[in-house]
Design a binder for this molecule. Structure first.
Ligand SMILES: [Zn+2]
Ligand SMILES: [Zn+2]
Ligand SMILES: [Zn+2]
Length: 265
């Protein structure tokens, strides 16, 4: 199973519009960060987690020609603004796009993209098949997914475990029951906004502590702000087995051999 980091930037992306700082002016491609999202692929199934404002650019960059589903962590704009662009996949497959979201998140999406949910929609609007995301394991094609809850200040956000890999974006607390669900994870992509403390995101130090507590082999930090510093400078300070993620980073992870297969969705 292959994981690709589609975007590793915070809500404003990096560079930030009109910012003259060193990071925003950097020529290093690893300092250019689209809004946070990942893609998971097996030979059979392709899914993405979130579809932020850079979804279109991310699909083009990675030459994605088939997308089976989108999982939504939460409905902050940097995670859903690109949902309108599923139209290209709708045209291709002549089917609605499967969007897995919690019921409250579905209400937000219906409000945000109300034109797609009217009784008699304008031709060419995006088509969504909204599917309830509950906090229990489910399957899309041949990908097994374990959702778990994390806290983004007062907001409950979902993280996802895929085999020995887990993805946590937009969090500053991981409840104990979710720590349990993360046992045995070997590769982790986790939110680390910047070095300074923040109200609703882990900072770098806190994210390092979470990774150490979980005992993961390889950690990549994501949802990074320009305030984190330049990639090359920050990278030098990180413990072994930890890196800042970058856009386009990809790696292989393992899915366990499941003895019982839940029904395909
Ligand atoms: Zn975000
Ligand atoms: Zn800047
Ligand atoms: Zn958020």
């Amino acid at each position: 199973m292959k994981v690709t980091v589609l975007g590793s930037g915070t809500s404003q992306g990096v560079p930030v519009i009109a910012c003259p700082c060193n990071v925003c002016a950097s020529d290093n491609p690893k300092d250019k960060r689209l809004r946070s999202s990942i893609m998971i692929e097996t030979g059979e199934t392709t899914i993405v987690v979130d579809a932020g404002p850079d979804f279109r650019q991310q699909m083009l960059r990675e030459k994605v020609t088939k997308l089976d589903a989108i999982l939504i962590t939460h409905t902050h704009k940097d995670h859903i603004a690109g949902l309108d662009d599923v139209r290209s996949f709708n045209f291709l497959t002549r089917k609605p796009m499967k969007v897995f979201a919690r019921s409250a998140d579905q209400m937000d999406i219906r409000k945000e993209f109300s034109y797609a949910f009217t009784d008699n929609p304008y031709p060419g609007v995006p088509e969504f098949e909204m599917i309830d995301l509950l906090e229990k394991p489910f399957q899309v094609g041949d990908i097994q997914i374990i959702p778990f809850e994390v806290k983004h200040m007062m907001l409950k956000v979902l993280g996802f475990r895929f085999g020995d890999f887990a993805y946590i974006t937009d969090a500053n607390v991981i409840p104990e029951k979710s720590i349990e669900k993360l046992k045995g994870v070997k590769v982790l992509v986790i939110d680390a906004l910047r070095k300074k403390k923040h109200l609703s995101h882990f900072n770098l130090e806190e994210a390092i502590l979470v990774a150490q507590r979980l005992g993961v082999r390889q950690t990549y930090f994501t949802h990074i702000s320009h305030l984190m510093g330049e990639f090359d400078d920050v990278q030098k300070e990180l413990p072994e087995g930890m890196m800042l993620a970058w856009d386009g980073l990809s790696f292989e992870v393992n899915q366990p051999d499941w003895d019982t297969h839940t029904q395909d969705i």
